[in-house]
Design a protein around this ligand. Structure first.
Ligand SMILES: Nc1ncnc2c1ncn2[C@@H]1O[C@H](COP(=O)(O)OP(=O)(O)OP(=O)(O)O)[C@@H](O)[C@H]1O
Ligand SMILES: [Mg+2]
Length: 498
């Protein structure tokens, strides 16, 4: 890619980026939220067609002018997008071959389609039935289906835009094994990730983008994580977890004997008799492995769990009955969910509309909406969270991933909650923005907000929490104060070895 320039109204997303990839190379592309990584890859893959950017795309010595994604696919480029793009209502097999279904005399050959899909899934060691509707799979598995789909195109260049954000550790291992095999076969890979551990394990070279420009491309061997981070943010980051002790007040939320049952199997307890409390101004971290019941616990308290639940919820000592998210919000609970596309954000709407959705009542009174008051509140939240966007009426879907997450956070803050649930609050967020969000969490705690945070990133849980609860197979397996909580102890507890 030579001197690529790509502009959106009011934003120069790419400002003369040059990038190259060798056969069989694993080349990572890193940079802060909004640096231009996804835009560069959408340019490469024809999402932004020839004529809407400047510069040249050259593959195997030939300048290419892709008008559509299909054109780039034919030239051997396959892309796995940051936001999942499968059709939930269709089966896994239908999704894999969408638009390229094997057919005879114009009629789709279903048995061939499913046979091919099943072979492909088997090659990847994915125990997924190709006849399952995609909507029935978890996000991790959906991501692996996206990968199977890209592979079915026999790509020479495979682009992966944050493929592991929603994968479990074992799914990540599966993916990496697949990628190592592809590398052997000469497939070149462009890998976008905010997880520098992965980037350093897998890459031959690393390119850093900042504000739409390339800051450098170097062999991984010559780089350190600190060096990459400082290239990304343009400064030394310093300590991202300053030791701040919070002053606690009275109990804000108390949970007694909470149990949540599996939706499909009503005898199975996903959360098993969990009790805990959190005080005003306290940050309570909830740790545990994937599937330990952490998200289910928060969903059940919030009235968002579809299956059966039992137990008591007390807000400021008062017993409340929460049978829906609306009731939870009324009782002063806010919830930043892990899957921002499904629960958090309306991508076609403006930042303003997104931020004021849940907060509508609080800010505007029950029946009337005060546009100007809302705008002021939303602008304030955008500023304090440093959302990178032109104005509150920017469409949320055009923001970079991390900035979308900040909008979700802002939206809940405008509901003035007493207790705020954060589920994987910094997933897909760059280091600089993470640091800002951590500072924000500390600031919120200092104002007396009680915070309950679920995170798979241990440094995040240990760095922010005053107290850490560990779940194992739905049960409360341990509790540690900040000074007691070490990575070793928490992990031992999470794996059932303590
Ligand atoms: N369709 C669009 N319309 C307008 N602006 C856009 C559009 N897509 C991206 N932008 C802007 O272009 C810039 C680069 O965005 P891009 O999505 O490429 O960032 P990114 O590096 O992938 O970030 P992240 O790590 O958060 O995914 C951002 O300022 C973003 O707001
Ligand atoms: Mg992106």
């Amino acid at each position: 890619m030579r001197s690529i320039v790509k502009e959106f109204p009011g934003v120069k997303a790419l400002d003369g980026v040059t990038f190259d990839l060798y056969e069989g190379e694993f080349h990572s592309l890193v940079g802060e939220n909004g640096a231009g990584k996804s835009t560069l890859m959408k340019t490469l893959s024809g999402v932004y067609p020839f004529g809407t950017y400047e510069g040249d795309i050259v593959i195997e010595g030939e300048v290419r002018q892709f008008k559509t994604i299909r054109d780039s696919e034919k030239a051997g480029v396959a892309i796995i997008f940051q936001e999942l793009s499968l059709v939930k209502e269709l089966t896994v097999g239908e999704n894999i071959f969408l638009g390229r279904e094997p057919s005879r005399f114009g009629v789709i050959n279903w048995s061939e389609l499913y046979q091919k899909a099943s072979q492909l899934l088997k090659d990847l060691h994915l125990p997924i039935d190709p006849r399952t509707p995609v909507g029935n799979l978890g996000i991790g598995q959906q991501q692996l289906v996206e990968i199977a789909k890209a592979l079915s195109q026999k790509a020479k260049i495979l682009v992966l835009d944050e493929p592991t954000a929603a994968l479990t550790e074992s799914e990540v291992e599966t993916l990496f094994t697949i990628l190592r095999n592809l590398k052997e076969r000469g497939v070149g890979m462009i890998y976008i990730s905010h997880k520098l551990d992965e980037v350093f394990t897998m890459s031959d070279r690393i390119t850093v983008l900042r504000d739409g420009k390339t800051v450098g491309t170097e062999a991984t061997i010559g780089l350190t994580k600190d060096k990459v981070i400082s290239l990304m943010v343009g400064r030394d980051v310093g300590d991202i977890f300053p030791k701040i002790s919070h002053n606690f007040g009275e109990t804000a939320l108390e949970i007694k004997n909470l149990t949540a049952y599996d939706l499909d199997n009503p005898n199975k307890k996903l959360v098993d008799n969990v009790s805990f409390n959190v005080k005003k101004g306290e940050v309570l971290g909830i740790s545990g492995l994937m599937g330990a019941g952490r998200s289910e616990l928060l969903m059940a308290i919030f009235g968002a769990w579809q299956g059966k639940t039992a137990g008591e919820v007390l807000v400021e000592g008062r017993r409340v009955s929460i049978d829906s998210p609306a009731a939870a919000i009324r009782n002063g609970i806010g919830f930043v969910t892990e899957d921002r596309k499904r629960f958090g954000l309306l991508l076609e709407q403006t930042i303003l509309d997104n931020m004021t959705l849940a907060g509508l009542k609080k800010i505007s009174g029950a029946f009337v909406t005060h546009r100007s008051r809302e705008t002021v509140a939303a602008k304030g939240a955008m500023q304090s969270l440093r959302v990178k966007a032109n104005s509150p009426i920017t469409i949320a879907g055009t923001l970079s991933g991390g900035n979308q997450q900040k909008v979700v956070l802002g939206k809940w803050l405008l509901t003035n909650p007493k207790v705020l649930f954060l589920d994987e609050p910094t997933r897909g967020i760059d280091v600089g923005a993470k640091q800002e969000i951590y500072a924000e969490i500390n600031k919120l705690a200092a104002t007396g907000l009680a915070i309950v945070m679920v995170s798979s990133e241990l440094p995040e849980v240990l760095g922010l929490s005053d107290r850490v609860l560990v779940l194992h197979e739905g049960k409360l397996a341990g509790e540690f104060t900040r000074s007691e909580a070490t990575p070793e102890k928490v992990m031992a507890c999470a794996t059932g070895n303590l």
